[in-house]
Design a protein around this ligand. Sequence first.
Ligand code: NAI
Length: 508
Amino acid sequence: MSSASRVIGVVGAGVMGSGIAQLFAAGGHRVLLVDARQGAAEAARQQIGQMLDKLAAKGVLADAGAAKARLSAVPRLEHLSGTDLVIEAIVEDLGAKQELLRDLEAIVGRRTVLASNTSSLSITSLATACRQPERMVGLHFFNPVPLMRLVEIVPGLRTAPDLVEDLSALVAGLGHTGVVVADRPGFLVNHIGRGYTGEALRIWGEAIAPPATIDAVLKDCLGFRMGPFELLDLTGLDVSAAVMRQVYDGYWQEPRFRPVPDIAARVAAGLHGRKTGAGFYAYPLTPAPAAPAPAATTAPIWIAPGPFADEVAALVRRLGGRVDTSAAPAGEAIALFAPLGSDCTTAAVAAGVDPARAVAIDALAGLDRHRVLMAPPGQDPAVLAGVAGLLGSDGVPVSRIGDGAGFIVQRVVAMMVLIACDAAQQRLATPAAIDGAATLGLGYPLGPFALATRLGAARIHQIAERLFAATGDARFRPSVWLSRRVALSMPIDLGDSSPCDLSSLAGH
Ligand code: NAI
């Protein structure tokens, strides 16, 4: 197969099948659309025709008439006998899909490629229904298909290797980016997406910060368009919970993927998000009234030594605070720490500073977009409020959260990077493909490797080591893939496809 005009069969004319049919017809291919429900394929054809007209009116598509002429609704599978490629987008059920594959094999020619748009089933398992498993492959599109320009190309263990190359060219010819992904639970996008929402859920589950604070901090500090809880509410917790379970169980209870216990109860209670009117937020959204800004402290601020000490001192001075430059905090001075991977309590105790006068700020992603502060338990809240007053006096938002190692940004970034490094180690995809999947498939501003490079891979590694030491939770154990590169002072190579030098074993 090549990117030249082909005859494509699409089985299942629902949300995904319609999008796939539209994409291929607009891309110059002949498309035959079929659905088991009577009239569904024809209704979809008409709807796609209207979409193509709209695209032409907007100037996005040159010739809607020609695209429409390339698309036909056909009543039976037998009409797909002359196709080069059949993509199934029917109900997500292993038995139904395998039965369809058996039926298709009896109809199509020996060289026809059979592809599945499944989002959760194993391609290798689906292919066991085929007499020729080497022609079976996963082609995982995202919703809405014409706009989400990523396609996961998933070879099963018995898929012919040249098929992957051909499909990559075909997908590229449609203006989409194909990413070749191993046949594992969650493929790539749903796998690497576990870090952002998963760690945010744990921070919330540990009562360190509420959803609105976590969302605001991650959007402001890292440039995400949506916070993790906004995303969960948009996708629907019922759908996300199924993915969480699939990836967690599929990786044999890998701690990095462990969901928080409240998820099942929230799904049972119907707190699915926007579609049920309630999730982590209540809909329609009503903006929370702004709390009055606390008064700025007049106490001197002693800045703890560390990698961000100069930046923190410059900020305090810029905001009119008094910096205590003595070797240790004197008198009424408040000690301000900017720790990596530690909580404020640990930082204060390690420095021999009175925790009652200690405050910590997260400086990893800079200090100018949103400032996150925490203080040890039992401290007079006026101390933290006074520092928040000073550090918010230029209008930059300040959030006060519970004392927790790694604040919000450090923990979430560390988990995103750890999961991505594990994926690279396991040859799930190259670092470049992982970053591409994150930006194109998940809409992240940066992929996890680009983020690690921007914030400092060695720092992220150090955060993971400290989080692991502080919590004893195996979810934070450092990545061996990253620790090797950090030990060698080696930058992350986005094209790195042989992390364990197993290239000779590719395909096994
Ligand atoms: P849908 O429910 O909108 O459409 C499924 C269509 O398949 C229906 O029109 C149904 O009548 C037809 N159908 C069911 N059994 C059939 C059979 N044996 N033969 C022919 N037609 C049959 O479902 P949707 O959302 O389009 O999903 C389809 C597939 O795409 C599933 O495998 C799903 O996991 C996957 N997917 C869905 C995404 C989404 O966001 N909805 C994203 C990526 C993949």
